[in-house]
Design a protein. Sequence first.
Length: 226
Amino acid sequence: MALPQEQPASIDLPSLSATYLSAQLAGNRRAALRVIDDALSSGVPAEDLHLSVLQVAQRRIGELWQEDRISIAQEHMATAISQLALARIYQNAEAQAPNGKKVVVACVNGELHDFPARLIADALDLAGYETRFLGADVPTASLLSVIEQEKPDLVALSVTMTFNAPALKAAVSEVRRANGGKVRILVGGHALVNRPDFATEIGADATARDARELVAAASRLLGDSA
């Protein structure tokens, strides 16, 4: 049974994220999931948990790794905990009614960081889209094969590391070539945060900084009411 989705005014999302981050850094999966479960039971919406708790914590984990304050093993451990938390939110959050639109979500060839793409896929699914999540490091040929089979209305491509931007450009070009512009293309990820014009430069339809923006962009591009 889906848990309630109405958020009480007393919920302090920054404190919630800080508590969750502490559990991540301690490697305490059960404590991290208790934070999520308690928040869901208190009525915190899935979108707020995605953006104001998990995403904020994951960005801090990335900063700590870049500052050499945690090891790559600790970063992987923390991300694995967030994968569990995403699954818990997905299992218990109430999805909107299906809107009849299908989306394929994938990380481009060489991109191993699939957490942001999975968060996007979950957000789209909960917003009523029929979603196919392909995961990390998807070869462009395989992406094209899935597009041909699934015939989505939209393809969302994720790139976290800046050195994978050329792979994103190549993937967008190949999707365009194979589909003659019939499928809309959204791009996003940390690598594009400071490159707002990159989507236009590579021929994508739009870019988004987070899941909320991406769901809104999908709605605009596809003309639905999600």
